[in-house]
Design a protein around this ligand. Structure first.
Ligand code: HEC
Ligand code: HEC
Length: 90
């Protein structure tokens, strides 16, 4: 069995495919871990765990507004829908 030029090209394509997929996987593997802090599991936050998310978000401001007991840092991302970004603790 002799390998025709056509077959050889197919091989090359397969190898390129494997290298590209491998590269993408490696890239995803190395991506930084999620950094958004989760809701703390404490009495300030526990009552929100079984609440509808949209309803719970009405309460966040009462403590996390600029003059609340725990203001957000100045470089905090846009704040609408807190619980899309901040997940509940495991
Ligand atoms: C009764 C006051 C209060 C309410 C209401 C409240 N928080 Fe907090 N929150 C705090 C305090 C105090 C801290 C900092 C100390 C701690 O970890 O509990 C905090 C910390 C956090 C943190 C930081 C966790 C970390 O690891 O840095 C997140 C995220 C957070 N709150 C999100 C929310 C969201 C979202 C809501 C609305 C669903 C909410 N909080 C409602 C008082 C409150
Ligand atoms: C677009 C995503 C997003 C939304 C929406 C969002 N946050 Fe955050 N929040 C983050 C990220 C990312 C950080 C970590 C910032 C950092 O470490 O500099 C953070 C940090 C925090 C912290 C911790 C600050 C600290 O000093 O540890 C609190 C508290 C917090 N968010 C509360 C809220 C509340 C309350 C809302 C809604 C009013 C909200 N977040 C909406 C992404 C979000």
């Amino acid at each position: 069995m002799t390998s025709t030029p056509k077959k050889r090209r197919l091989w090359l394509l397969n190898i390129i495919f494997v290298v590209v997929v491998g590269g993408v996987l490696l890239f995803l593997w190395n991506a930084p871990p999620e950094t958004t802090p989760r809701l703390p599991n404490n009495e300030n936050h526990q009552r929100f765990f079984d609440m509808d998310r949209k309803e719970a978000e009405n309460f966040c401001d009462s403590c996390h507004q600029p003059d609340g007991i725990y203001p957000l840092p100045e470089d905090h991302p846009p704040t609408f829908r807190c619980l899309f970004c901040h997940k509940l603790p495991d």
